[in-house]
Design a protein around this ligand. Structure first.
Ligand code: NDP
Length: 275
């Protein structure tokens, strides 16, 4: 019998660690599954997803640049997906319809609070970026108790739109990227830009990082190198990349599909050696 079928869709996708992560989780429970990385250009994505689920696919992860389209094509959407306006998990329901979920925010906060033992309550947070991943994490940061959230994006309109969507003007503010040197310091600085993966370096003033600052880059591996080096030079107390977030978001998808909670730590540790 063919093993249960899972996949990650992206463009490009060859670099994805998701197949490795899901196979490692499956081994913890003796589950046999096939998990493929499917490269689909934007114009082909919807047809490729429909084909995958029509051919017995049970669940799919979705990454750049397809998360908004994945959200739009689904028949059902979780609260986290609705808040983010995007989905990184698609699940085939018993009646064949597709459910969309977004695990980015929960995964990031669990990485911070459980793996790195950080209590986010009371933090003044700075979020750099207002793209898909930023939309995915803001609600979870607020739910985790950050005191204030300042959103700064290269294109100011996207930061304003995100702040408007959140609708908590007493806690959530936006500032201009060109004013970064004048906006003071923060306890938590989250880099949710794709500058690192695009090979661009962010020119950030050291004044952003207070003495207690925790700096977190959603990207990992070499893409996070520039921001983490900046954080250390700025004197930040902690500088973490998004590898733990990746593993935690995968664990949420795995639990959704298999009803079992994997142990993320051994998988994280084995990937840490590679990244
Ligand atoms: P999007 O393309 O949706 O958004 C990109 C964001 O980065 C925008 O805010 C964009 O600003 C900004 N940006 C791009 N280049 C620059 C630059 N040179 N200087 C300043 N800002 C820049 O991408 P995502 O939000 O989906 O992904 C962002 C990052 O998060 C990626 O590195 C991705 O790999 C990572 N990620 C990690 C996950 C994990 O599990 N660890 C999960 C999801 C994402 P503008 O609006 O002005 O273009």
């Amino acid at each position: 019998m063919k093993p249960a079928q899972f996949a990650v869709f992206g463009h490009p996708i060859a670099h994805s660690l998701s197949p490795q992560i899901h196979q490692a989780f499956a081994r913890q429970f003796g589950i046999e599954l096939e998990y493929r990385a499917i490269d689909a250009a934007p114009a082909e994505f919807v047809a490729a997803v429909r084909r995958f689920f029509a051919e017995d696919g049970l669940g799919a992860n979705v990454t750049l640049p397809h998360k908004a389209t994945a959200f739009a094509l689904a028949d059902q959407r979780s609260t986290a997906a609705m808040r983010a306006g995007s989905a990184n998990v698609l699940t085939r329901l018993a009646d064949g319809r597709l459910a969309a979920h977004n695990t980015d925010g929960a995964g990031m906060v669990r990485d911070l609070t459980e793996r790195h033992s950080v209590d986010l309550r009371g933090h003044d947070a700075l979020l750099l970026g207002a793209g898909g991943a930023a939309h995915g994490v803001v609600w979870s940061l607020l739910d985790a108790g950050v005191e204030t959230l300042t959103i700064v994006n290269r294109s100011a309109a996207a930061a304003d739109a995100l702040a408007d969507a959140i609708g908590e003007p007493a806690r959530v503010h936006t500032r201009y990227w060109q004013d970064l040197a004048e906006i003071g310091s923060f306890d938590l600085i989250v880099n949710a830009t794709s500058a690192g993966v695009l090979g661009a370096s962010l020119q950030l003033p050291f004044s952003l990082a207070g003495a207690r600052a925790l700096c977190y880059d959603l990207s990992y591996g070499t893409a996070a190198g520039g921001f983490l080096a900046w954080a250390k030079t700025a004197g930040a107390r902690f500088a973490f990349d998004g590898l733990g977030m990746l593993v935690e978001t995968a664990a949420d998808a795995f639990e959704l599909w298999h009803g079992k909670r994997p142990d993320t730590e051994p998988v994280y540790q084995s990937l840490r050696v590679q990244c």
